[in-house]
Design a protein around this ligand. Structure first.
Ligand code: AMP
Length: 302
């Protein structure tokens, strides 16, 4: 595999104004891998219970996602998450989080993953992210995500991860919480000072602010007129971003601007259906067509 992700593999129950789904395939690693598999072979490090549906495994395997790193715990329950969106889809309440097999998860990279040059530490306990970092033998570009929960209860470990990665992809609320700063620009700069050379701050429908090797890039979001379910959009963004980088020259500053563009395009597809419905039918040609639309959107020349 040329890209490894560690993160949650979940069954999501989601209610939004457009409808609802129960126990649908989700989790940070699943959204990430579904997007990134359009670019390169991806290996997933995660854990499920034996209640995890075979159809979920097949959906990923059919896209060329390697599941050797996906552990199955006999008699265990897969991580479950339930959320409800308001009419304003930027507002979401988490109804429940059932950790299940995640409670005792010890990430273990198969030997065939250890030499990967590009890896993404999706949102999980930062102590587990550190254990994955320890197992990478030749990392060229490793990025991480985190969430408010870990900044609240494990801030030191989050900072330790940030000191060891090359990039971080987080949302604006997390960047502000982490730094204690109330504006996104200063927060992004302060996160970069904690270690990573590349900081991508996601701002939902307002796009992504990138600080890469000291240079700013303001990535607009695509104007979407039919958002159905934004769940996993951030992880899908990361999948497009890292999937593109796995085949790019990470020494070239322009690579990160293009990575933001690919991340934005992938996230836009994810929002157009529940769970993975928006993403699964998408081909690499669809991605390139929407990327061309995006290039027109952000061009000054019309
Ligand atoms: P996002 O919309 O980017 O917040 O991502 C939502 C996805 O993250 C869902 O598929 C959930 O299963 C997963 N998720 C929610 N809470 C957690 C958590 N505490 N740890 C790991 N994954 C989570």
């Amino acid at each position: 595999v040329s890209l490894v992700v560690v993160g949650s593999v979940a069954l999501d129950t989601v209610t939004a104004p457009a409808g609802s789904v129960r126990d649908a395939l989700g989790g940070s690693a699943v959204f990430f891998a579904t997007a990134a598999s359009l670019f390169c072979p991806v290996g997933v490090v995660g854990v499920v219970g034996d209640d995890f549906p075979e159809a979920g495994r097949r959906l990923l395997a059919d896209r060329g996602v390697d599941l050797e790193g996906l552990e199955t715990v006999k008699g265990g329950a897969t991580f479950r998450w339930e959320g409800v969106y308001h009419d304003d889809l930027n507002q979401r309440d988490t109804i429940s989080t059932e950790l299940g097999v995640f409670e005792t998860f010890e990430p273990k990279l198969p030997d065939s993953y250890k030499a990967t040059q590009v890896a993404f530490l999706a949102n999980i306990d930062p102590k587990l992210q550190l254990r994955v970092l320890d197992q990478l033998e030749a990392p060229r570009f490793v990025a991480c995500d985190t969430m408010n929960l870990w900044i609240d209860i494990a801030r030191d470990s989050v900072c330790e991860v940030l000191g060891r990665v090359d990039g971080v992809i987080i949302n604006d609320q997390e960047a502000k919480q982490l730094t204690g700063l109330s504006d996104t620009v200063r927060a992004a700069r302060a996160v970069a000072e904690m270690g990573p050379r590349v900081v991508a701050v996601k701002k939902g429908e307002h796009g992504c602010l990138l600080l890469a090797d000291g240079a700013w890039f303001a990535g607009a979001a695509l104007p979407l007129e039919n958002v159905v379910d934004p769940t996993g959009a951030g992880d899908t963004f990361a999948g497009g971003f890292m999937g593109y980088l796995a085949g790019a020259d990470v020494g070239d500053p322009a690579a990160f601007r293009r990575a933001v563009a690919y991340g934005t395009v992938l996230a836009s597809f994810a929002c157009e259906g529940f769970s993975l419905e928006g993403l699964v039918p998408v081909t690499r040609e669809d991605v390139e067509a929407r990327l061309a639309e995006y290039a027109r959107l952000i061009s000054l020349d019309g």
